[in-house]
Design a protein around this ligand. Structure first.
Ligand code: NDP
Length: 331
């Protein structure tokens, strides 16, 4: 097995020199255990944000879709696929019957998702899909006709939230980092409006595109754009705080807008969440997203990087916004 070990905490963007890639000899399988071989590894923003919590050196965290290549567990036969939070490693031995460390991607046998690629288990049919499904429906409680704004709108979680909002009959406005992404959101996914946050004036744009103000805000990025959006909300508006990627790589102190007056005066409901809150309803989210996919109401796109040695390039590429939809690495 080969694996990434983090030896230096990230300063700004992650770098290959922050890691060692180590060869590890795996032991014989014991009763109940399976040996898996990674087929797709996920790169996610939380990897940039979380690693500071770990004492170094430490194995790199992350979800993967892996094929079972040896098994001493009849419920997990050779040839089947599993998802799990095995980290950045090529081969893994695990006993599925033993309790797993709590993680963003539970260990599970992959159901048959043909004709879709198994990599979707890291995207629309996995953790980001469930983040969109539960985070949006449970926290924003959208009603038909309401105006929904999404930042990070062309990414794995954002483009999914926008599509659910359209399915539920909302007006959808997305902010993303390039004109091409915005065109994709409007033309392919049916967003009512999408704007390049790098080139437009956010306040003026909101005034034009959301004349009746904003009812739901799904916040993937945090920072100044979120402040502008929250000052443009309706009374009793709902804000699902999903992430704050605009600050993950930022080593300087961001300038601060005091948000509390908007929250008080508009009586906003602002709630952060972790998708693990719905661990006991995990399959419900996957099934709902799978159904929408089959009905053609949910579309997907992936940015596929290639090669285990290119994990860091993939992580940095995603953080820089190279991806539309979910960024994954084919091992
Ligand atoms: P994405 O697929 O959206 O990839 C990250 C995207 O962030 C990039 O494509 C880039 O797009 C955008 N971005 C990068 N830098 C900035 C910046 N400075 N300002 C605005 N946008 C930026 O990732 P995910 O969909 O996986 O994650 C989206 C958010 O959701 C993250 O904040 C993540 O931490 C959070 N999250 C939270 C979970 C939870 O349980 N709470 C679970 C999963 C994700 P662009 O070209 O538009 O800039």
């Amino acid at each position: 097995a080969r694996k990434y070990v983090l030896k230096k905490h990230f300063q700004g963007e992650p770098k290959i020199n922050d890691f060692d890639i180590i060869e590890e000899k795996l032991p014989e399988l014991k009763d109940g255990e399976i040996l898996t071989q990674a087929e797709y590894l996920s790169v996610d923003p939380y990897m940039r944000a979380y690693m500071i919590r770990y004492k170094l050196p430490t194995d790199m965290i992350g979800g993967q879709v892996a094929r079972i290549i040896s098994s001493r567990n009849s419920k997990y036969p050779v040839g089947k696929y599993v998802t799990g939070s095995f980290g950045w490693r090529t081969h893994t031995i695990v006993d599925p019957n033993k309790p797993q460390k709590s993680s963003l991607l539970p260990l599970a046998l992959l159901p048959d998702i043909k004709p879709y690629p198994v990599s979707l288990a890291l995207g629309v049919l996995g953790m980001p899909g469930n983040t969109a499904y539960f985070g949006f429906t449970e926290l924003c409680k959208p009603k038909p006709g309401e105006t929904v704004v999404i930042t990070g709108a062309a990414g794995a979680v954002g483009f999914h939230v926008g599509q659910i909002a359209k399915i539920l009959g909302c007006r959808v406005i997305g902010f993303a980092g390039s004109d091409d992404k915005c065109q994709y959101l409007e033309k392919e996914l049916g967003f009512d409006h999408a704007f390049n946050y790098k080139t437009v004036n956010i306040r003026a744009t909101l005034k034009d595109a959301a004349p009746k103000l904003v009812d739901c805000y799904f916040d993937n990025v945090g920072g100044e754009i979120s402040s502008a959006i929250m000052y443009h909300m309706n009374n009793y508006g709902r804000v699902a705080v999903c992430g704050s990627i605009s600050s993950y790589n930022d080593v300087s102190l961001p300038k601060v807008t005091i948000l509390q007056p908007a929250i008080v005066m508009k009586e906003l409901k602002v709630e952060g969440f972790l998708v693990t809150r719905w661990a006991d309803r995990w399959d419900e989210g996957i099934m709902a997203n799978h159904k929408w996919l089959q009905e053609g109401r949910l579309k997907y796109q992936e940015k596929v990087y290639h090669g285990f040695d290119n994990m860091v390039d993939a992580l940095v590429g995603m953080l820089r916004g190279e991806n539309t939809g979910k960024a994954v690495v084919k091992v």
